[in-house]
Design a protein around this ligand. Structure first.
Ligand code: ZN
Length: 382
């Protein structure tokens, strides 16, 4: 099987440790492999979805736009914004803060309040319009390649949970380097490959092409001409551990080297991660065994694709329900996704499996409120 070369060091030394075949709603089946580089230790998707599939996913199903402008305008800074802002206040000069992939600008408006001039870019025209309308922030439509070359005096370039989605994060950081003034810094946060016992099931996700450690981030930043100033790892701040980094310009780019210690650490991490992940899915499969018979599945997202891949549930599925109107009527495997009204209207006495790790309790509540009998509400994680 052909595995992609390492996006960090370029070595053709990929080792695959987990394969996933995901029936993605509206996008067909993605055949993916996750693993690491046996030369530098970087953890990444060694077989990823095609550029077309990823582009279709982001264009159709990403919900990075805002559904409640009034609430957004009044919202206090969330935990992620606070982490980024405190690191910026400690380490970044004031001037222009520019966020790549800024969505509606909900971080930037707080940076503006803290004294930065702000700008940013996002590929979604809807997000660009909302940034203007909700926060009065003019952002560029596009991504790093289209927008960063037009700048050379930025004080801060921010990548908040963006680099892990990029096919070539090194190229993005090099562009950021060119857009920064001499004392400018890059600030980023990404998923951290640490503490495998803390990650939720299905941590290897098809949109996340990279999983970073302090070692791999150091190498990545160095390759783009940056020297790290500070790292901060948060183990429990999000659904999984994250690492933030702030880095300034160095004397010049450093070509990534082979790193046996980093390779050993990645191998050890992945071994423990896979054991943990397998145990989680076995427990979920066991839970599904106890109910038996046909079921509905609530949620047509990536968690459901993983549930079908990692447990025998798919053959028992009677229907798939999703609240997101964008998913209504599209295909997921052999099923057509239906809306909640359709499902509730059927009044069938069949269990509904809640397919979400993050929103399980909230969905269970709404099902109960809609009159679904408690015995038919299947929680996988509670
Ligand atoms: Zn490598």
């Amino acid at each position: 099987m052909n595995l992609d070369p390492c996006p960090l060091c370029g070595a053709a030394a990929a080792v695959e440790v987990q394969a996933q075949q995901l029936k993605l709603a509206g996008l067909g089946t993605a055949d993916l492999g996750f693993g690491y580089c046996a030369s530098c230790g970087h953890i990444y998707q060694v077989r990823r979805a095609s550029d077309d599939l990823l582009a279709a996913h982001y264009a159709s199903f990403s919900n990075y736009t805002c559904f409640d402008p009034e609430a957004a305008r009044k919202a206090a800074a969330g935990n992620l914004t606070k982490r980024l802002l405190t690191l910026a206040e400690a380490r970044a000069p004031k001037g222009i803060a520019y966020e790549v992939g800024c969505a509606t600008g909900y971080h930037l408006r707080h940076f503006r309040e803290a004294g930065w001039e702000v700008g940013g870019c996002d590929p979604s025209p809807k997000a660009v319009a909302q940034a203007k309308e909700i926060f009065g922030i003019a952002i560029d439509c596009g991504m790093d390649r289209e927008t960063l070359p037009g700048h050379d005096d930025l004080a801060l370039v921010l990548f908040s949970h963006v680099l892990e989605h990029m096919v070539d994060p090194l190229a993005a950081l090099k562009l950021a380097h060119g857009a920064l003034r001499d004392d400018g810094v890059v600030l980023l946060e990404v998923p951290c490959a640490t503490a495998p016992h803390l990650v939720p099931p299905g941590w290897f996700a098809f949109e996340h092409l990279h999983y970073f450690t302090q070692a791999s981030l150091t190498a990545l930043l160095a390759a783009a001409g940056f020297a790290p100033i500070e790292f901060r790892i948060s183990l429990k701040a999000e659904l999984y551990p994250v690492i933030a980094a702030v880095a300034g310009k160095s004397a010049g780019p450093v070509v990534p080297k082979s790193d046996p210690l980093a390779v050993a650490q990645s191998k050890d991490f992945l071994e423990r991660l896979l054991a943990h992940d397998d145990a989680l899915w076995r427990r979920t499969a066991g839970r599904l065994d106890t109910i038996g018979g046909p079921v509905y599945v609530w949620g047509a997202g990536v968690h459901t694709a993983q549930l079908f891949d990692r447990t025998p549930l798919y053959s028992r599925v009677k229907g798939i329900i999703d609240r997101d109107a964008q998913k209504r009527g599209i295909r997921m495997g052999d099923h057509t996704v239906i809306g909640p009204e359709d499902f509730f209207g059927r009044r069938e006495d069949i269990p509904v499996v809640i397919s979400s790790f993050a929103a399980e309790a909230q969905i269970a509540q709404s099902l109960a409120a809609a009159g679904i009998a408690e015995r038919n509400i299947v929680r996988l994680y509670a």
